[in-house]
Design a protein around this ligand. Structure first.
Ligand SMILES: Cc1cc2nc3c(=O)[nH]c(=O)nc-3n(C[C@H](O)[C@H](O)[C@H](O)COP(=O)(O)OP(=O)(O)OC[C@H]3O[C@@H](n4cnc5c(N)ncnc54)[C@H](O)[C@@H]3O)c2cc1C
Length: 393
């Protein structure tokens, strides 16, 4: 039986584990956190990716978890209302928005019983030979796998170890952001509120009535705040300094961020690589082709990549042919979706007074929410039959 080690148990990792298990591979997933990680802003599953979760049999569960957002209010610097919008009828039919943790939990539940999970550790070294990949884990254990897949996110260590430093593949898009949850002391319900001044934006999202708000603080920086990326204290300081003196509910948000135990800090950026495999090691999800949160397509690309990689490994003669087929099948879809950032995806986060005024004029002309608009890129993937047979619902 072919053995595969997957690094990362968020979206791409467990999704790939599912398809590989169905095709008869022995799968081990290593995750540096102690359990599947909760938290993050609600994520979108759109177009081709909806069909993929249907084929995984988790569409009903995700439909139940769908976020029912009823109103989005855009605010001026002083907190007064610019415009209040309701979700449009122009969203892609059947597209989903769910809490990120709900998707991770659904994927984990699918594979936990027949996949080996190693939590709380990570790969220290990889050593490839013609026969396999010798792996040493942080805790000293050594194992050999036929194949390794890095699904360890935008700042993938697998990528750094096997393909080279992040700077070579990272395209910075000009923003840093912090995401965390905080108590809903503002009486918000099923609604989103977005505040913006040039170069700074804050959003509060009441996904349900459960007393919790998803908070988002986004700021423009010409250069990436690299020093803060691996230092949570530096992240808190940077965000607090950047938002000092801001109006609306921002001071309360900054205060809540200081105590948040689920702070997620990152930069808006893309990963663009000429190849997604090297010998017996391949990358999937954000590790290989992060499109940035500005496109809202990171999760859909991760699900699509896992599907095509699973299909290729299940149907091609060897891993070399499989990795080539994976790239051939997925790259046009990735290219289309990464290009969404060049087509106005950042207009909701203006960096100058003039751009803010243009955004406000655009918002005043809307009757429904722009983020709900379906784009042809979302549904552009041609799906081969499910690897290992279907589990439709
Ligand atoms: C806690 C969390 C919150 C997030 N919140 C948002 C958000 O609000 N907005 C947004 O746009 N995107 C967010 N993301 C990213 C989003 O999930 C991805 O863009 C997308 O879903 C693609 O998923 P992925 O599985 O490829 O990568 P990711 O979701 O980034 O998952 C990577 C996984 O690999 C694990 N990992 C990292 N390094 C190692 C290592 N060396 N060894 C083993 N495991 C490792 C991580 O802990 C994580 O579980 C978040 C990710 C996480 C983990």
């Amino acid at each position: 039986m072919t053995t595969v080690l997957i690094s990362g148990a968020s979206i791409a990792g467990p999704a790939l584990a599912y398809w590989l298990r169905r095709a008869g591979f022995a799968v081990t997933v290593v995750e540096k956190a102690d359990a599947p990680r909760d938290g993050g802003y609600p994520i979108d599953i759109r177009g081709s990716a909806v069909e993929i979760v249907r084929r995984m049999g988790i569409l009903p569960r995700l439909r139940d978890a769908h976020v029912d957002m009823r109103r989005a209010t855009f605010l001026h610097a002083d907190g007064s209302e610019l415009i209040s919008l309701t979700p449009g009828g122009d969203a892609g039919e059947g597209d989903l928005e769910v809490r990120r943790g709900d998707l991770t939990a659904s994927l984990y539940a699918l594979v936990r019983d027949d996949t080996e999970f190693l939590f709380g550790t990570s790969v220290d070294t990889f050593d490839q030979s013609a026969h396999g990949v010798d792996v040493t884990f942080r805790d000293g254990r050594q194992r050999t796998f036929d194949l390794v897949v890095g699904a360890d996110g935008m700042h993938s260590r697998t990528r750094a170890s096997v393909f080279g430093p992040e700077e070579r593949f990272h395209r910075y898009l000009g923003y840093g952001f912090a995401i965390f949850t905080m108590p809903n002391s503002f009486g918000m319900s099923h609604e989103l509120a977005v505040w913006a001044t040039p170069g700074r934006a804050a959003a509060l999202y009441a996904v349900g009535d459960d007393g919790e708000l998803h908070a988002f603080l986004n700021f423009h920086r010409p250069e990436p705040p690299s020093a803060a990326l691996r230092n949570p204290q530096a992240q808190r300081e940077l965000v607090a300094t950047t938002f000092a003196g801001a109006g609306w509910k921002v001071p309360a948000m900054v205060e809540a961020m200081r105590d948040a135990d689920d702070l997620f800090f990152d930069t808006a950026g893309q990963i663009r690589m000429p190849r997604w495999s090297n010998g017996r090691v391949a990358l999937a999800g954000d590790a290989a082709y992060a499109p940035s949160f500005l496109t809202g397509q990171g999760t859909s690309l991760a699900l699509a990549g896992a599907y095509l990689l699973g299909h290729a490994l299940a149907t091609e003669d060897d891993h070399t042919a499989a990795f080539a087929a994976y790239e051939r099948g997925l790259r046009p879809f990735v290219t289309l979706n990464q290009a969404l950032v060049d087509n106005g995806a950042a207009t909701l986060f203006p960096t100058t007074e003039r751009a803010l005024e243009q955004r406000n004029t655009m918002l005043r002309g809307l009757r429904t929410l722009p983020s709900a608009t379906a784009r042809p890129a979302h549904s552009a993937l041609v799906l081969p039959p499910p690897p290992g047979g279907a589990q439709d619902s």
